[in-house]
Design a protein around this ligand. Sequence first.
Ligand code: G3P
Ligand code: CA
Length: 384
Amino acid sequence: MKTSALTTGLRQRLTLIALSTLAVLGTTSVGSTATAAPESAVKASRGEDGPVIVAHRGASGYRPEHTLAAYELAARMGADYIEPDLVSTADGVLVARHEPEIGGTTDVAERPEFADRKTTKLVDGKPVTGWFAEDFTLAELKTLRAVERIPDLRPSNTIYDGRFEIPTLQEVIDLAKRLSKELGREIGIYAETKHPTYFQQQGRPLEPALVRTLERNGLNRPNAKVYVQSFEVANLKQLSTQLRVPLVQLVDASGAPYDFVASGDPRTYDDLVTPEGLREIATYAQGFGPQKDRVIPRDANGYLTEPTTVVDDAHAAGLTVHAWTFRAENEFLPADFRSSDDPAAWGDIFAEYEAFLATGIDGVFADHPDIAVEAARAQQLARR
Ligand code: G3P
Ligand code: CA
């Protein structure tokens, strides 16, 4: 599936999108407020058959991830959901970070008062050295500031280093409520429990706080615009007895759910994506979140091959399919769509979206939600 380099027209379109990022803060969006199932509201705002757009860690292509600024920009760009990954503080408060170790996304390493918190822990069986969210109270975490995770690939984002706090889940919900009112369409929450077994081992289980927070905000109901996702199985099964919102089983490109590893269950993610595995997922979850190589694998040189049957198999099992993660930089694109050897330069992500949306996936996790919105519109226009 090889294609030529970027066309002039596409380059112009990418430039316009980059420029529009600066203008988008002043825009408002139109659409319906959700009154039925979560995706009904989304489809009403973009058309009946449009894919769901999940802002991966916020608009993380434009702002340091998991900050209120990243989430707000994503909503203003047209994302249907903002995605907080969740970890726990020492005092049991859920905050938005991608992993327990916070040295990669905050300025904690530059804070002498926290130098003695640096330690090494086993996270899902692997040693990790740094500073860990569960070793800080919320008050302590609030003194830190977010920094860009991948400055070499996203140097523009580093101008925001040091400006934004680590948000709590409650603050993310409050932001979504405020923006829903302002934008006239409901902004959903797509929350992920990060390393559930690890946090149980640390004595800071994520699930009770998540259930409590959703309950407190009136969001534990079938028509709330909320998804809850996990790479592990046991905690989703447990949550399926407590939550009334749709659950999504994440499936990585390789490896196994860590709760399987910890309990001696020999099954891997490969076993979960068989038709039988997908039917098993459907007994406790409503969605399936595959790493995108599970949908269209790459060959040894990084080029896309033919789509697998996993989307059809998941649909046959009754599961919605939301694939991850779509990013504009060459570093992350299939070789087909890279614009140059510069890993930070943007390639033909529209072509990537076209290929993946054609497989029938129901949604995408996107670092650049504005591009995902445009790609979804293009797909719908092409169908008419
Ligand atoms: O949750 C979907 C996707 O975000 C999973 O990947 O590692 O970015 O949380 P990760
Ligand atoms: Ca995630």
